[in-house]
Design a protein around this ligand. Structure first.
Ligand code: ADP
Ligand code: MG
Length: 263
């Protein structure tokens, strides 16, 4: 497998990166109001170059896990490390920088800035980080990689939903992040368009050695992944390696029944 990043590339705090893109130790999240436990303490190791699906019924804690792992939310217990850097040790400014430079995001709603061109949207994480001229070259390369080389000057609203999601993927990859987090990236797309988006994520992993953690409730999407982890009521309850859609569907059906019984 080709790895675009050297294993010794420095993380923001100056630490040398290890082999794991992401580790969680005892990471839990309780929402203060009512003391509701959305995520019981979980451990998770995501090696570089893995495409991981996080699945589970609605309300099982998938987004909570993703937000904590991505440094968008602070867990109430445990430690999240991105490339060996414990996020809890970072100041807000350092965390902001880490989110901009070492983490990529793709959401169901792609969150593109409508007043900026496609190329400007993709260059934005680099420009915010203080990069100058070559930010647009990098944006053009990232857009070419998702098949949108000819749309760099367009506004996001001039593109279809699938094309906009490909722009979001280009933007997520442009900083060459340690981990790309995707929360239901195909949730708003028709199956054919979803296929294109998933194959791009798969390609980012296989060709460029990126690491992707994708929350999805779609067994067809999970089947593109190397591994599927299943959450139920805030705990990991099952794992499938090299899952196929039918296996995933069966586990989801079982968890859905159990959730209905528990409710
Ligand atoms: P999923 O993404 O699997 O649907 P979430 O992680 O969004 O689930 O939510 C897990 C549980 O935590 C749900 O019961 C949800 O209602 C609750 N929850 C999520 N965010 C908050 C919040 N900010 N305050 C209180 N409860 C929350
Ligand atoms: Mg969610």
């Amino acid at each position: 497998m080709f790895r675009r990043r050297a294993a010794t590339k420095e993380a923001p705090t100056g630490r040398t990166a290890g082999d794991d893109a992401l580790t969680l130790h005892g990471v839990g999240r309780t929402y203060r109001k009512g003391g509701f436990v959305a995520l019981h303490p979980v451990d998770l190791t995501v090696p570089r170059g893995r495409f991981l699906a996080v699945m589970g019924p609605s309300g099982s804690g998938k987004s909570t896990l993703l937000q904590c792992a991505a440094g968008l939310d602070r867990p109430t217990s445990g430690t999240v490390c991105v490339e060996g850097v414990p996020l809890g040790s970072l100041s807000e400014a350092q965390l902001t920088r880490l989110r901009r430079e070492r983490v990529g995001f793709v959401f169901q709603a792609h969150n593109l800035v409508p007043s900026l061109s496609v190329a400007e949207n993709v260059a934005l994480p680099l420009l915010l980080g203080g990069a100058t001229g070559d930010a647009y070259d990098a944006a053009s390369r990232a857009l070419a990689a998702v098949g949108l080389a000819d749309r760099t000057g367009d506004r996001p609203t001039e593109l279809s939903g699938g094309q906009q999601q490909r722009v979001a993927i280009a933007r997520a990859l442009v900083t060459d992040p340690a981990v790309v987090f995707a929360d239901e990236p195909t949730g708003a797309l028709d199956p054919e368009t979803a296929h294109g988006v998933l194959s791009l994520l798969r390609q980012a992993v296989d060709v460029d050695g990126h690491t992707v953690v994708m929350v999805t409730h779609d067994p067809g999407a999970a089947a593109w992944c190397d591994q599927a982890l299943f959450l139920a009521r805030g705990r990991f309850v099952a794992v499938l390696d090299r899952p196929d859609a039918e296996q995933v569907h069966q586990v989801m059906r079982r968890l859905g029944r159990e959730a209905a019984v528990a409710a």
